[in-house]
Design a protein. Sequence first.
Length: 315
Amino acid sequence: MTPSETKAIVTLSLLAAFVDGEKHERERAEIKRIAEGLSQADGVNLPTLYQDVLMKRVSMASVTGDLQSPESKQLAYEMAVCVCDADGTQSDAERMFLTDLRTSLGLDASAAQFSRQAEDIAAAVPVAATGAAAVSTPSAVAAPDSAELDKSILNAAILNGALELLPETLSTMAIIPLQMKLVYRIGKAHGYELDSGHVKDFLATVGVGLTSQYLEQAGRKLLGGLLGKMGGGLLRGLGNQAVSSGMSFASTYALGHVAKRYYAGGRTLSTQMLKDSFSNVVQEGKGLQTQYLPAIQEKARTLDAGKVLALVRGA
């Protein structure tokens, strides 16, 4: 892709991130942090783009014309869809934005099918009964096997690290619902029935934004030139992608272990304690990623990106 196409794709992703106007301030702060952290990559000044989007100095119509190749148009649409679905199923405003984007880019029905697949992934998180909140007192359950929980956390971290090595955008999007399912299972193991709102709040409290995390994952691939052949091929440059997969491995590893401490301790940790604990365990996870990189790479070789929804549902 040309630098102008890369810039257009990133701009459309940021427009998608704010289209519903309901982003929490902490999520906006995370998106800004990511924009600053990925600044000047591949000739794209992300902090400037971020400000342009917030100040409404750019629009869909002003950037779609920079996308010339069919591949860049498809990738732009796919990333926008995943941004809209990262924090749950699409709002009316997001759905309208994506419909307009599909029309503006001149995409066919296959693009709408991609949107439906992304919606299915976003909705594939198990929750307590509709409207139920996380109970303040856990139900009586046998004490979970700590070693088994540790094993499930490690396996989830390896899987998410592997997913980030795949070029397809749906693979990257699957990381978030898989993280949510991990927290859900850990809470359930300790007797807590969690709804999706509680799981999202838990992730946000420790410092993991949903939209911002997807933007960071996708941004590292796009701006680092790691996507390879768009929409095809299995892997490209596993060694070069090790840093990228390491972030998903470390964040998943940390989420699992902090959730384990939180629910095992009766949900008594303060917000600051949760943040500090998560930050510390992320560093631990980054250290372990090198040790488990061969397992991550091997897992990536066995994954079928065309079956991501089945993977999320079955995890």
